[in-house]
Design a protein around this ligand. Structure first.
Ligand code: NZQ
Ligand code: ZN
Length: 389
């Protein structure tokens, strides 16, 4: 196991009706003038936004609003949010929605504390400071409610890039599984694919003797395999929603990833898909991950056989572990299909002729590589896109 530090200071409030504590939570973390940030309107239609406002009013906290965050959030609204916060003296940002809203809130939070262009952070500049961000999560997916990451798309050139830093970890996150019951089945499934992908990015490692994190990863995956079909069959199944919601947090606050080298190539490869076609990030991952696995499994057949037996319940073929490894990948594809996720370019609506442009945009150039488990160059990335056709 590698040395590591782990600091995950988010205060979580989980369960039914917890959105009504938003005002108390903001107060607890020192907010006095709040920007409520939200998406395309689901929180308005569900009545959640009104409940959140009532909770702030009850605590005498003043607020302004900025809605309109799109899935795969854009830089334009971030600039607008930064100006608004600076002009209005906002000292706290409350994100009400999914990963896109939370990521947009984080970008605004960092931008307010910086005199330059916030996009600098998405080109690698370290984030030193940010306004405090609180979240009220409405979809189990990105894990942004417990992570120090934010992913934004720059409209100019449709560049989708991530930034990270401890200053971006939400100070509190309110997780009420009931709020996810209004999600369309496709969004629920895309969220589930993203959660599983966050585990895969960590599971496929070259670091040896990481049994504790292997087992934690497997626990999250086993939970998803059990619970996701239950919510697809019955969207109002609170207990299944609750397990998935917490799994989404556990999968991405890095508890299951410490002490080991991680991969993250599939996320980079997927980001070009969601940037170009504006598809749900989780749906893009359902297409890319099986292709990536098929391309790299020979690098460590035993690790692929391990996940196949421990997670997918495959019988170990001791004479030929490769058969077991491939069976595991096949089980994953079947699982994605069973929950309504695409597993090919065709099903996603992506086009073969766009592959060279996507490879180019990843920007590995001549000598560059991506990924920790297997270092991929531009040619490898192109092969993975082609395997996903
Ligand atoms: O915008 P509204 O109207 O709210 O509708 C949203 C949106 O259309 C809808 N939705 C959310 N909660 C709902 C609901 N509809 C009905 N009822 C509800 N309760 O769902 C749609 C998707 O929302 P979005 O926020 O985009 O979903 P998600 O949480 O999957 O976030 C995706 C973004 O997160 C990034 C992705 O790249 C993508 O841009 N990621 C962020 C990460 C992070 N910050 O740590 C890590 C991830 O790997 C990921 O890259
Ligand atoms: Zn993701």
């Amino acid at each position: 196991m590698n040395n590591f530090t782990f600091y995950s200071p988010t205060y979580f409030v989980f369960g039914k009706g917890t959105e009504n504590t938003a005002g108390q939570c903001v107060k607890r973390f020192g907010g006095s003038k709040v920007l409520i940030h939200y998406g395309g309107g689901s929180v308005v239609r569900s009545g959640l936004l009104d409940r959140v406002k009532a909770s702030l009013i009850k605590e005498d906290i003043s607020f302004i609003e900025l809605g309109g965050v799109k899935p795969n959030p854009r830089s334009g609204l971030v600039y607008q949010g930064i100006d608004l916060c600076k002009n209005e003296g906002v000292d706290f940002i409350l994100a009400v929605g999914g990963g896109s809203t939370i990521d947009s809130a984080k970008a605004i939070a960092a931008g307010v504390k910086y005199d330059g262009d916030f996009w600098d952070f998405y080109e690698g500049k370290p984030i030193e400071a940010a306004l405090p961000v609180g979240t009220i999560l409405t979809i189990a997916a990105a894990g942004s409610e417990g992570s120090g990451d934010s992913v934004i798309t720059k409209e100019e050139g449709m560049l989708k890039r991530g930034a990270g830093g401890e200053a971006l970890r939400p100070v509190f996150s309110i997780l009420n599984p009931e709020l996810t019951q209004t999600l369309p089945a496709y969004q629920t499934a895309a969220g589930a694919a993203d959660i599983m992908a966050h585990v895969f990015e960590r599971y496929f490692t070259n670091t040896e003797e990481v049994e504790i994190t292997d087992r934690l990863c497997e626990a999250v995956l086993l939970t998803m395999i059990k619970e996701v079909p239950r919510v697809i069959a019955d969207p109002n199944n609170y207990e299944a929603r609750a397990n998935i919601m917490w799994a989404g947090m556990v999968a991405h606050n890095n508890l299951v990833g410490v002490g080991r080298e991680q991969d993250w190539a599939s996320h980079g490869i997927e980001h070009e898909l969601s940037a170009l076609y504006d598809v749900a990030h989780g749906a893009g991952l359902a297409v890319i991950f099986p292709a990536w696995m098929t391309y790299v499994y020979k690098h460590n057949i035993n690790r692929f056989a391990q996940i196949a037996t421990r997670v997918w319940g495959c019988q170990m073929n001791f004479e030929n572990p490769e058969v077991t490894a491939l069976e595991g990948i096949d089980r994953l594809k079947k699982f994605f299909t069973s929950i309504g996720m695409p597993i090919s370019f065709k099903e996603l609506g992506a086009k073969e002729e766009d592959i060279p442009a996507m490879v180019e945009k990843i920007g590995l150039g001549q000598g560059g590589t991506m990924g920790g488990f297997v270092k991929l160059n531009s040619k490898d990335v192109e092969q993975i896109y082609r395997l996903a056709l």
